[in-house]
Ligand binder design. Structure first.
Ligand SMILES: N[C@@H](CCC(=O)N[C@@H](CS)C(=O)NCC(=O)O)C(=O)O
Length: 217
């Protein structure tokens, strides 16, 4: 069975939990509280020198980091991984976009505004940039989704899972999604997929939003 080192309210970790749920793959979840430094201990760094979650233990002592790499590992041989060369490349195109245009802006805003108590005051200097670049990324997605149901291969793939992770929490960190109706419809399409689980779901327990982390918790 896989062992997943993850944090409940981390969008990158949620991407992997969502893929595992959609695939019906059993796993053991290990909660790592990054705000308490649990991903920077010598023990964790020995598993992942980047000191970050998610981290998947595939076999005893065999670890895979980077959410999108983990998504690909899990998806190969399933309908979540497109088969044709071009469809695969397009899925990757959107996953690189997710890591350089969406996650560093909406992911950062979500972390500081929604999870860290006092984060807005700590990050006032960065917020304007995150909002501007985050909205630009949302516009690119909206333009694509005006004429496509999903991001690649005409079906739900790892690209949708990667992009869903932080897009679905954008409205929790100052982004107004009202101007992006095609994104709204796509979010609902993903949520209707058999096996879909929310960010608060985990294999062992339901976590309420009020249990979210805070810097001074
Ligand atoms: N590119 C990585 C980013 C992972 C990442 O930023 N993880 C955050 C949580 S969402 C983390 O573990 N931060 C703790 C730290 O950097 O100390 C991925 O997609 O997995």
């Amino acid at each position: 069975m896989y062992k997943l080192y993850s944090m409940q309210r981390s969008g990158n970790s949620y991407k992997v939990r969502l893929a595992l749920a959609l695939l019906g793959a059993p796993y053991q979840a290990i909660e790592v509280d990054i705000l308490r430094g649990e991903s920077r201990t010598p023990e964790f760094l020995a598993k992942n020198p980047s000191g970050q979650v998610p981290l998947l233990e595939i076999a005893e002592g065999r670890y895979l980091a980077e959410s999108n790499a983990i998504l690909w590992y899990l998806a190969v041989g399933t309908s979540l991984a497109p088969e044709s060369r071009m469809d695969r490349a397009e899925a990757l195109q959107w996953m690189f976009f997710e890591q350089h245009a969406l996650e560093p802006n909406i992911g950062a805003a979500y972390f500081w505004l929604s999870l860290v108590r006092g984060g807005r005051e700590l990050q006032t200097h960065a917020l304007e940039d995150w909002m501007e670049r985050g909205y630009a990324a949302l516009q690119v997605m909206e333009n694509h989704l005006k004429t496509h149901e999903f991001f690649a291969a005409g079906q739900l793939t790892v690209a949708d899972i990667a992009l869903y992770g932080y897009t679905h929490v954008a409205d929790q960190c100052d982004f107004d999604l009202a101007a992006f109706p095609s994104i709204g419809s796509w979010l609902r399409r993903v949520e209707q997929m058999p096996g879909f689980v929310s960010m608060d779901w985990c294999p062992d327990l339901e976590v309420t939003p009020s249990a979210s982390i805070a810097a001074d918790a």
